[in-house]
Design a protein around this ligand. Sequence first.
Ligand code: SF4
Length: 270
Amino acid sequence: MISGVRGSGTIFLANCNLRCVFCQNHDISQRPKAFVGGSGTDQELASIHLELQDRGCHNINWVSPSHQVPQLVRGLALAAERGLSLPVVYNSNAYDGLETLRLLDGIVDVYMPDLKYSDPTAGALGSRVPDYPERARLALMEMYRQVGPDWKLGPDGTLVRGLLVRVLVLPNDLAGVEESLSWIAEELSPKVGISLMAQYYPAHLAARTSRYPLLARTISAGEWARALSALERHMVGDHHFVQNRRLAPAYYRPDFSDTETPFADIEDFI
Ligand code: SF4
Protein backbone atom coordinates (compact mmCIF):
# COMPACT_ATOMS: atom_id res chain seq x y z
CA MET A 1 0.00 0.00 0.00
CA ILE A 2 1.34 3.47 -0.81
CA SER A 3 0.38 6.92 0.34
CA GLY A 4 2.02 9.90 -1.25
CA VAL A 5 -0.28 12.85 -1.13
CA ARG A 6 1.73 14.62 1.54
CA GLY A 7 5.44 15.27 1.99
CA SER A 8 6.47 11.74 2.72
CA GLY A 9 5.99 9.03 0.11
CA THR A 10 4.91 6.20 2.34
CA ILE A 11 5.11 2.53 1.43
CA PHE A 12 3.22 0.45 4.00
CA LEU A 13 4.59 -3.09 3.90
CA ALA A 14 2.19 -5.94 4.49
CA ASN A 15 2.61 -7.69 7.84
CA CYS A 16 5.20 -7.04 10.51
CA ASN A 17 7.93 -8.87 12.39
CA LEU A 18 6.16 -8.10 15.70
CA ARG A 19 2.62 -8.87 16.82
CA CYS A 20 1.81 -6.10 19.27
CA VAL A 21 -1.44 -6.70 21.11
CA PHE A 22 -2.41 -3.01 20.76
CA CYS A 23 -1.46 -2.54 17.10
CA GLN A 24 -3.48 0.21 15.42
CA ASN A 25 -2.31 -1.15 12.07
CA HIS A 26 -3.42 -4.72 12.72
CA ASP A 27 -5.54 -4.72 9.55
CA ILE A 28 -2.34 -4.81 7.52
CA SER A 29 0.31 -5.83 10.05
CA GLN A 30 -1.07 -9.10 11.39
CA ARG A 31 -3.02 -10.74 8.58
CA PRO A 32 -0.49 -12.82 6.64
CA LYS A 33 -3.16 -14.79 4.77
CA ALA A 34 -4.78 -11.60 3.49
CA PHE A 35 -1.68 -10.79 1.46
CA VAL A 36 -0.86 -14.21 0.04
CA GLY A 37 -0.26 -13.82 -3.70
CA GLY A 38 -0.19 -10.04 -3.41
CA SER A 39 3.48 -9.57 -4.14
CA GLY A 40 4.73 -7.85 -7.27
CA THR A 41 7.97 -7.93 -9.21
CA ASP A 42 11.08 -5.96 -8.36
CA GLN A 43 10.37 -3.68 -11.32
CA GLU A 44 6.84 -3.04 -10.07
CA LEU A 45 8.25 -2.10 -6.68
CA ALA A 46 10.71 0.21 -8.44
CA SER A 47 7.78 1.80 -10.26
CA ILE A 48 6.02 2.46 -6.95
CA HIS A 49 9.09 4.33 -5.72
CA LEU A 50 9.19 6.39 -8.92
CA GLU A 51 5.47 7.11 -8.76
CA LEU A 52 5.96 8.64 -5.33
CA GLN A 53 8.81 10.76 -6.66
CA ASP A 54 6.62 11.87 -9.56
CA ARG A 55 3.92 12.94 -7.08
CA GLY A 56 6.40 15.35 -5.54
CA CYS A 57 7.11 13.48 -2.31
CA HIS A 58 10.14 14.53 -0.28
CA ASN A 59 11.30 11.02 0.57
CA ILE A 60 10.53 7.31 0.32
CA ASN A 61 9.26 6.12 3.70
CA TRP A 62 9.43 2.34 4.20
CA VAL A 63 7.01 1.53 7.04
CA SER A 64 7.57 -1.80 8.87
CA PRO A 65 10.33 -2.85 6.45
CA SER A 66 12.30 -5.21 8.72
CA HIS A 67 11.01 -8.46 7.24
CA GLN A 68 11.17 -7.36 3.59
CA VAL A 69 14.52 -5.65 3.29
CA PRO A 70 15.94 -7.79 0.42
CA GLN A 71 12.93 -7.10 -1.79
CA LEU A 72 12.96 -3.40 -0.95
CA VAL A 73 16.64 -3.01 -1.71
CA ARG A 74 16.23 -4.80 -5.05
CA GLY A 75 13.33 -2.52 -5.95
CA LEU A 76 15.24 0.53 -4.79
CA ALA A 77 18.29 -0.36 -6.87
CA LEU A 78 16.15 -0.65 -9.98
CA ALA A 79 14.39 2.59 -9.17
CA ALA A 80 17.75 4.35 -8.76
CA GLU A 81 18.78 3.10 -12.20
CA ARG A 82 15.55 4.62 -13.54
CA GLY A 83 16.13 8.02 -11.91
CA LEU A 84 15.05 7.83 -8.27
CA SER A 85 16.93 10.42 -6.23
CA LEU A 86 14.85 10.79 -3.05
CA PRO A 87 16.20 10.01 0.44
CA VAL A 88 15.11 6.67 1.91
CA VAL A 89 13.52 6.57 5.36
CA TYR A 90 13.72 3.32 7.35
CA ASN A 91 10.67 3.45 9.63
CA SER A 92 10.82 0.37 11.86
CA ASN A 93 9.94 -0.93 15.31
CA ALA A 94 13.71 -1.32 15.99
CA TYR A 95 13.35 -5.08 16.44
CA ASP A 96 15.83 -5.33 13.59
CA GLY A 97 18.68 -7.72 12.88
CA LEU A 98 22.09 -6.13 13.30
CA GLU A 99 23.42 -7.84 10.19
CA THR A 100 20.57 -6.42 8.15
CA LEU A 101 21.16 -2.92 9.43
CA ARG A 102 24.86 -3.12 8.68
CA LEU A 103 24.04 -4.01 5.09
CA LEU A 104 21.86 -0.91 4.87
CA ASP A 105 24.76 1.41 5.68
CA GLY A 106 24.92 3.90 2.80
CA ILE A 107 21.49 2.87 1.47
CA VAL A 108 19.22 4.32 4.16
CA ASP A 109 19.39 8.08 4.66
CA VAL A 110 17.02 8.60 7.58
CA TYR A 111 16.38 6.15 10.39
CA MET A 112 13.08 6.56 12.20
CA PRO A 113 12.85 3.68 14.70
CA ASP A 114 10.57 3.18 17.65
CA LEU A 115 11.94 2.58 21.11
CA LYS A 116 8.89 0.83 22.54
CA TYR A 117 9.96 -0.55 25.91
CA SER A 118 12.81 -0.39 28.38
CA ASP A 119 11.71 -3.42 30.38
CA PRO A 120 11.60 -7.04 29.16
CA THR A 121 8.35 -7.73 31.01
CA ALA A 122 6.62 -4.93 29.14
CA GLY A 123 8.06 -6.21 25.85
CA ALA A 124 6.62 -9.63 26.60
CA LEU A 125 3.21 -8.22 27.52
CA GLY A 126 2.77 -5.75 24.67
CA SER A 127 4.67 -7.40 21.82
CA ARG A 128 5.52 -10.93 22.99
CA VAL A 129 9.26 -10.23 22.78
CA PRO A 130 10.97 -10.01 26.17
CA ASP A 131 14.31 -9.38 24.43
CA TYR A 132 12.93 -6.20 22.82
CA PRO A 133 14.91 -3.69 24.94
CA GLU A 134 18.20 -5.46 24.34
CA ARG A 135 17.69 -5.91 20.60
CA ALA A 136 16.22 -2.49 19.97
CA ARG A 137 19.04 -0.76 21.79
CA LEU A 138 21.63 -2.61 19.71
CA ALA A 139 19.70 -1.60 16.57
CA LEU A 140 19.63 2.05 17.62
CA MET A 141 23.37 1.97 18.30
CA GLU A 142 23.97 0.73 14.76
CA MET A 143 21.63 3.33 13.24
CA TYR A 144 23.38 6.02 15.27
CA ARG A 145 26.79 4.74 14.13
CA GLN A 146 25.67 5.20 10.53
CA VAL A 147 24.05 8.63 10.63
CA GLY A 148 25.02 10.21 13.98
CA PRO A 149 23.03 12.72 16.02
CA ASP A 150 23.14 15.66 13.62
CA TRP A 151 20.58 16.26 10.94
CA LYS A 152 21.21 17.22 7.36
CA LEU A 153 18.40 19.24 5.83
CA GLY A 154 17.66 19.71 2.16
CA PRO A 155 17.19 23.08 0.45
CA ASP A 156 13.49 23.02 1.34
CA GLY A 157 14.22 22.35 5.04
CA THR A 158 13.16 18.70 5.04
CA LEU A 159 15.32 16.04 6.67
CA VAL A 160 17.54 14.21 4.22
CA ARG A 161 19.90 12.42 6.63
CA GLY A 162 19.67 11.65 10.34
CA LEU A 163 18.04 9.74 13.17
CA LEU A 164 14.65 10.37 14.78
CA VAL A 165 13.59 8.00 17.57
CA ARG A 166 9.87 7.61 18.21
CA VAL A 167 8.82 7.01 21.78
CA LEU A 168 5.16 6.09 22.25
CA VAL A 169 3.94 6.78 25.77
CA LEU A 170 1.91 3.82 27.02
CA PRO A 171 -0.48 3.76 30.00
CA ASN A 172 0.82 2.58 33.35
CA ASP A 173 4.39 3.46 32.34
CA LEU A 174 4.70 0.32 30.23
CA ALA A 175 6.95 2.10 27.74
CA GLY A 176 9.50 3.09 30.40
CA VAL A 177 9.93 6.52 28.80
CA GLU A 178 12.25 7.86 31.50
CA GLU A 179 14.62 4.89 31.17
CA SER A 180 14.60 4.95 27.37
CA LEU A 181 15.36 8.66 27.12
CA SER A 182 18.03 8.37 29.78
CA TRP A 183 19.63 5.51 27.85
CA ILE A 184 19.55 7.44 24.55
CA ALA A 185 21.12 10.48 26.17
CA GLU A 186 23.89 8.52 27.89
CA GLU A 187 24.69 5.83 25.33
CA LEU A 188 24.02 7.70 22.08
CA SER A 189 23.73 11.45 22.55
CA PRO A 190 21.36 13.91 24.25
CA LYS A 191 21.13 15.57 20.81
CA VAL A 192 19.32 12.64 19.19
CA GLY A 193 16.00 13.71 17.68
CA ILE A 194 12.96 12.43 19.56
CA SER A 195 9.31 12.17 18.54
CA LEU A 196 7.33 11.80 21.76
CA MET A 197 3.92 10.37 20.97
CA ALA A 198 0.65 10.66 22.91
CA GLN A 199 -1.47 8.86 20.33
CA TYR A 200 -1.93 5.56 22.16
CA TYR A 201 -5.44 4.18 22.28
CA PRO A 202 -6.45 0.55 22.88
CA ALA A 203 -6.72 -1.21 19.53
CA HIS A 204 -6.70 -4.81 18.33
CA LEU A 205 -6.51 -7.32 21.24
CA ALA A 206 -6.11 -4.57 23.83
CA ALA A 207 -9.55 -3.32 22.75
CA ARG A 208 -11.30 -6.58 21.89
CA THR A 209 -10.35 -8.68 24.91
CA SER A 210 -10.06 -8.13 28.65
CA ARG A 211 -6.65 -9.79 28.81
CA TYR A 212 -4.67 -6.55 28.82
CA PRO A 213 -6.09 -4.29 31.53
CA LEU A 214 -2.86 -2.27 31.72
CA LEU A 215 -3.30 -1.32 28.06
CA ALA A 216 -7.04 -0.70 28.11
CA ARG A 217 -7.07 3.10 28.13
CA THR A 218 -5.44 6.17 26.62
CA ILE A 219 -2.70 7.87 28.62
CA SER A 220 -3.55 10.29 31.42
CA ALA A 221 -2.54 13.94 31.68
CA GLY A 222 -0.13 13.00 34.47
CA GLU A 223 1.55 10.27 32.41
CA TRP A 224 1.99 12.68 29.52
CA ALA A 225 3.36 15.40 31.79
CA ARG A 226 5.95 12.98 33.21
CA ALA A 227 7.02 11.99 29.70
CA LEU A 228 7.40 15.64 28.68
CA SER A 229 9.43 16.29 31.80
CA ALA A 230 11.73 13.35 31.01
CA LEU A 231 12.24 14.70 27.48
CA GLU A 232 13.17 18.11 28.85
CA ARG A 233 15.55 16.71 31.46
CA HIS A 234 17.41 14.20 29.32
CA MET A 235 17.52 15.64 25.81
CA VAL A 236 18.91 18.86 24.37
CA GLY A 237 18.66 20.64 21.03
CA ASP A 238 15.65 21.38 18.89
CA HIS A 239 15.13 18.12 16.99
CA HIS A 240 12.15 17.12 19.11
CA PHE A 241 8.47 16.70 18.32
CA VAL A 242 5.61 16.23 20.75
CA GLN A 243 2.02 15.39 19.92
CA ASN A 244 -1.13 17.01 21.20
CA ARG A 245 -2.41 14.57 23.84
CA ARG A 246 -6.03 15.58 23.38
CA LEU A 247 -6.10 15.24 19.59
CA ALA A 248 -3.58 12.51 18.85
CA PRO A 249 -5.57 9.38 19.85
CA ALA A 250 -8.40 10.46 17.52
CA TYR A 251 -6.24 11.68 14.67
CA TYR A 252 -3.96 8.66 14.40
CA ARG A 253 -6.65 6.05 13.73
CA PRO A 254 -5.93 4.67 10.31
CA ASP A 255 -8.51 3.29 7.94
CA PHE A 256 -6.57 1.00 5.64
CA SER A 257 -9.56 0.43 3.41
CA ASP A 258 -8.69 3.91 2.10
CA THR A 259 -5.47 3.04 0.29
CA GLU A 260 -4.59 6.60 -0.68
CA THR A 261 -5.14 8.42 2.62
CA PRO A 262 -5.45 5.91 5.47
CA PHE A 263 -4.80 8.69 7.99
CA ALA A 264 -7.28 11.55 8.27
CA ASP A 265 -6.36 15.18 7.73
CA ILE A 266 -5.25 16.97 10.89
CA GLU A 267 -7.48 19.89 9.89
CA ASP A 268 -10.49 17.69 10.62
CA PHE A 269 -9.54 17.63 14.28
CA ILE A 270 -8.69 21.22 15.03
S1 SF4 B 1 5.60 -3.02 15.53
FE1 SF4 B 1 4.04 -1.51 15.00
S2 SF4 B 1 3.11 -2.29 13.10
FE2 SF4 B 1 4.23 -3.99 14.03
S3 SF4 B 1 2.68 -5.09 15.22
FE3 SF4 B 1 3.75 -3.64 16.60
S4 SF4 B 1 2.48 -1.75 16.59
FE4 SF4 B 1 1.89 -3.04 14.81
